[in-house]
Design a protein around this ligand. Structure first.
Ligand code: ADP
Ligand code: MG
Length: 393
C-alpha cells in the first residue's frame, strides 16, 4: 500500500486530536458518528467538522454512510498515528522506501536522527486477501473488539514480544526496537529472503542451520508456523535471520505437531527443489536408534517436545496475554480452530503450503518502491502520546 507521509508534516495539533478521537471512537463503533468525534475531541466552534473535512481530503479517515453517517480511520490514518507517536518518541525521524509487501503487512525503511536505517513493519490484518478472513468475517463483524485495528495492533504486539524474547535467547532475529499500535520497528536485515536466492556456497550448512532453528525453537517451547523461504533472510555470508512472528504458537498448542511438521516439510521441500538436495530420506540409514529423527529423516516433534524450555510461558507473562493469543489465533491460519466450519481453500492443513506463497520476487529485486527513495523529514511538533489519551495531545 502506498504510504505518502508528506501530509504528516503539515498536520496540526487539532488534526491529530480529531484523528485520535476517531480512533478512540472506533473502540466501540465500526463507524464513528461525527457528533461523537466532536464530543471526544472537544474543539471549540465546530472545529472538529472542519478538521474532519481536511482529514477526509488526505484520506486519513473514510466517510461512511452505508449504515449510519460517520467516519472511520483508514490504514493511512492509523499509520500516521503510529508513525507520529514513534517519531515523537525519537525512535526514527524519517520514512523512506518500501522494502517489502506481504499479505498482512507493508515494510518500509525508516531512518533515525543519526542516519541509521531501520525497518518498519505496518501490520494489515484484515486485508481482504488474508486467507482466514473469509470464514471469520461474519463472526468478527458482530464483535466490535475484533476489527482490523485491534487485530493489526495485536499482531504487532505479538510480533514485537516474540522477536524480543527470541533475540534474548540468542536466536537470529532482527533487533526489536519499538512498537506502537500496528507498527513494529526493528533492525534492517541485510540480505534477501531465501526465495530469491538461486545459489548457495554451502547449501548443506544453510539447510542444517535452518532445520536446527526449527528444532531449537521447539526446544524453547515454540513453533514458527510460517517457517519457509519467504520468512528466512540470508546474507552474503550465508548467515540466516528469521522474520515474521505473528502466527507463532506454543508447543502445547493442540495442533503443535502438525505445525511443526509443516514447517520442517517446507524447508525440506524447498531445499530439495531449489538446491536439489535429498536429506537422509533413505530409511535404510536409520535403525531407529536415532530418537530425534523420524524414519523419513525429519526431526521428530514428540522427542523434541519432551525437552522443551518455557519461552512460550515466559511470553505469556510478557504482556502478550492468553486472551490476546486466543483472539489472534482465531484469525491466523497458524492457529485456526478445526472444529469451526471452514471451507476448502481458506485453511491449509497440508504440509507443503507456505502461507506467504505468491508475493516473493524471484528476480532478486524487492517490491517496487512507492516512495521513490526520497526521505521525508517528520518534524515532531505535535506530541501524540502512546496511551491514546486525547487529553494529553
Ligand atoms: P508478512 O507477515 O506480511 O509476510 P514479513 O515480516 O515476512 O511480512 O515481511 C515481508 C517482507 O519484507 C520480507 O519477505 C522481507 O523481504 C521484508 N522484510 C521484513 N522485515 C525485514 C527486515 N527487518 N529487514 C529487511 N527486510 C525485511
Ligand atoms: Mg512473511
Amino acid at each position: 500500500m502506498k504510504l505518502n507521509v508528506d501530509a504528516l508534516r503539515y498536520m496540526s495539533k487539532d488534526d491529530f486530536r480529531v484523528l485520535t478521537s476517531v480512533e478512540m471512537g472506533m473502540r466501540n463503533h465500526e463507524i464513528v458518528p461525527a457528533e461523537l468525534v466532536d464530543r471526544i475531541a472537544g474543539l471549540k466552534h465546530g472545529g472538529t467538522y472542519k478538521v474532519l473535512k481536511n482529514l477526509l481530503k488526505h484520506k486519513l479517515v473514510h466517510h461512511d454512510s452505508s449504515k449510519y453517517d460517520g467516519f472511520r480511520l483508514t490504514y493511512l490514518g492509523y499509520d500516521f498515528l503510529a508513525i507520529k507517536a514513534l517519531v515523537n518518541r525519537g525512535v526514527f525521524a524519517s520514512v523512506g522506501r518500501q522494502i517489502g509487501v506481504g499479505k498482512e503487512s507493508d515494510i518500509f525503511e525508516v531512518a533515525t536522527e543519526d542516519g541509521t536505517i531501520l525497518a518498519m513493519k505496518l501490520h494489515r490484518l484484515g486485508r481482504t486477501s488474508f486467507r482466514a478472513v473469509k470464514s471469520k468475517r461474519d463472526y468478527l463483524l458482530h464483535r466490535n473488539s475484533y476489527n482490523w485495528l485491534y487485530l493489526s495492533r495485536l499482531a504487532a504486539l505479538k510480533e514485537f514480544a516474540f522477536m524480543k524474547a527470541l533475540e534474548e535467547h540468542g536466536f537470529p532475529v532482527p533487533n526489536a526496537v519499538d512498537c506502537n499500535r500496528h507498527c513494529v520497528i526493528m533492525s534492517l536485515v541485510q540480505g534477501y529472503p531465501l526465495v530469491q536466492v538461486k545459489q548457495l556456497q554451502n547449501p548443506d550448512n544453510v539447510f542444517e542451520t535452518i532445520i536446527g532453528l526449527v528444532i531449537r525453537l521447539a526446544e524453547h517451547g515454540l513453533i514458527h508456523c510460517d517457517f519457509n523461504e519467504f520468512n528466512i533472510m540470508i546474507d552474503d555470508n550465508e548467515e540466516v535471520t528469521m522474520i515474521d512472528f505473528p502466527q507463532m504458537v506454543s508447543v502445547s498448542h493442540r495442533n503443535a505437531e502438525m505445525y511443526f511438521d509443516r514447517d520442517v516439510e517446507c524447508i525440506f521441500k524447498f531445499f530439495r527443489k531449489r538446491f536439489n538436495l535429498s536429506y537422509r530420506e533413505d530409511t535404510d540409514e536409520h535403525d531407529g536408534s536415532d530418537s530425534d529423527l523420524e524414519d523419513n529423516g525429519r526431526p521428530s516433534f514428540s522427542s523434541i517436545a519432551k525437552s522443551t524450555g518455557h519461552l512460550d510461558k515466559d511470553l505469556a507473562a510478557s504482556g502478550f496475554t492468553k486472551k490476546d493469543q486466543h483472539d489472534i489465533e482465531k484469525f491466523i491460519d497458524g492457529g485456526i480452530d478445526e472444529d469451526e466450519n471452514t471451507s476448502d481453500d481458506e485453511v491449509s492443513t497440508d504440509t507443503n503450503c507456505p502461507r506467504d506463497e505468491g508475493y516473493g520476487d524471484v528476480d532478486g529485486h524487492l517490491e517496487s518502491l512507492h516512495m521513490s527513495h526520497q526521505s521525508v523529514d517528520l518534524e515532531p511538533t505535535v506530541s501524540c502520546n502512546d496511551n491514546d489519551k486525547v487529553e494529553n495531545l
